[in-house]
Write a protein that binds this ligand. Structure first.
Ligand code: PLP
Length: 376
């Protein structure tokens, strides 16, 4: 069986170092907001190329608290519009609605699956205040273009970098482009904790200050509360674990790229569209960190069954678009054909840093001998 992602194997490779880090925390007697958090925040800010990193409890909170902070700072108010791609994980949208802001869903680019710049401009109104691009599947959105639109219309940019630790364009990493960026350290992400975790990166002194208070009951100083904050903290144990895993992130990205290359070079089937296929955009591929390897096919169910028969586990990211979710039933009539086609046709192949060349080649040959004709 080729697992979609072998988390056990990934963490087993650094098991001794993880145990050592956990022992250090246990023996310190200090479990929240201590030296491990400070060290991780410093290391991750340095990795991303930003002045600050603020650890929080998860990726959703990273996005949500940033919008909340901008409200506290007077840069946003209830009812302001946030432009966001319609094909994303629901957390990107929840962060917006949780803050009483209005998501304006725009169609993605049909090749990169990331936000389409022309559609951003068309969606801008006098109430637009933020662009929230998502670096989906590990591919950086077209950030030079996003930043240039944002500058022209004086909009804030919040990157959703939950799937894109280390993704880059011309050497500038995810997290360093926008006014702020939200990261998730959910175990299955490219940089994953052994539980929940998240962080915000930014160069903005004031935003960093406000976020540090918001995550801690709205308090900078014990028993002094400036804001009606929340409890959303990255604990010492997860911070210590992430410090260990951050050291191996670049190496693991390289291993992911090797698997992706085997797929790109090996999969040749007219019924399967590879990522960035028609684009042959070498530059985009260089900075891709391959959180997911997502193919498209009109025969998804048949292909998924075929691969399963060959012992290959696949998943769908994502089966139901946000505007078709019950949680957002008011949007069910929206026409978003590009987004809907993507959701109907995408399938994610196994990909991870512990996958062997043999396993990747097995996936290639199973894809190549698939035919929808006669498939059950
Ligand atoms: C995982 C993810 C999130 C949310 O992260 P959590 O840590 O699970 O809250 C947000 N946006 C995207 C695109 C994600 O993939």
């Amino acid at each position: 069986m080729i697992k979609f992602l072998d988390l056990k194997a990934i963490n087993y490779d650094v098991r001794d170092e993880l145990l050592e880090a956990c022992a250090r925390v246990i023996d310190s007697g200090w479990y929240i907001a201590g030296s491990e958090l400070i060290s991780f925040e410093k290391a991750f800010a340095e990795y991303c190329g930003t002045k600050y990193c603020i650890g929080v409890a998860n990726g959703l909170d990273a996005l949500s608290l940033t919008l909340r902070a901008w409200k506290e700072m007077g840069r946003l108010k209830s009812g302001d519009e946030v432009i966001v791609p319609a094909n994303t994980y629901i957390a990107s949208i929840l962060a917006i609605t949780e803050n009483d802001l209005v998501p304006v869903l725009v169609e993605p680019d049909a090749i990169t699956y990331n936000i389409n710049i022309d559609n951003i401009e068309q969606a801008i109104t006098p109430r637009t205040k933020v662009i929230l691009p998502v670096h989906l599947y590990g591919l950086l959105a077209d950030m030079p273009a996003v930043i240039s639109v944002a500058k022209r219309y004086k909009l804030l940019v919040l990157e959703d970098s939950a799937q894109a630790h280390g993704a880059s364009h011309n050497g500038k990493k995810a997290g360093a482009w926008g006014d702020a960026s939200g990261f998730s350290f959910y175990p299955g992400k490219n940089l994953g904790a052994l539980g929940d975790g998240g962080a915000i990166t930014t160069n903005d002194d004031e935003l960093a200050e406000v976020l540090r208070a918001l995550r801690n009951y709205g308090s900078h100083e014990k028993y002094q509360n400036l804001y009606r904050g929340v409890n959303s903290r990255l604990d010492e144990l997860q911070a210590a674990i992430l410090l260990v895993k951050l050291k191996y992130l670049e190496k693991q990205v390289c291993l992911r790229r090797e698997v992706a290359q085997i797929y790109i070079q090996g999969i040749k089937n007219a019924e399967i569209t590879l990522p960035l296929d028609r684009d042959a955009n070498v530059e985009a591929l260089e900075g891709h960190v391959w959180h997911l390897f997502v193919i498209r096919t009109r025969h998804r169910e048949a292909l998924q069954k075929h691969l399963e028969k060959h012992g290959i586990q696949t998943l769908i990211h994502y089966p139901i678009p946000v505007h078709k979710q019950k949680a957002y039933s008011a949007w069910s009539g929206m026409a978003l054909p590009v987004t809907e086609a993507i959701h109907n046709e995408v399938l994610s192949l196994p990909l991870g840093p512990t996958m062997t060349r043999e396993e990747a080649l097995k996936v290639v040959s199973a894809c190549n001998n698939f035919s929808s004709i006669g498939a059950s």
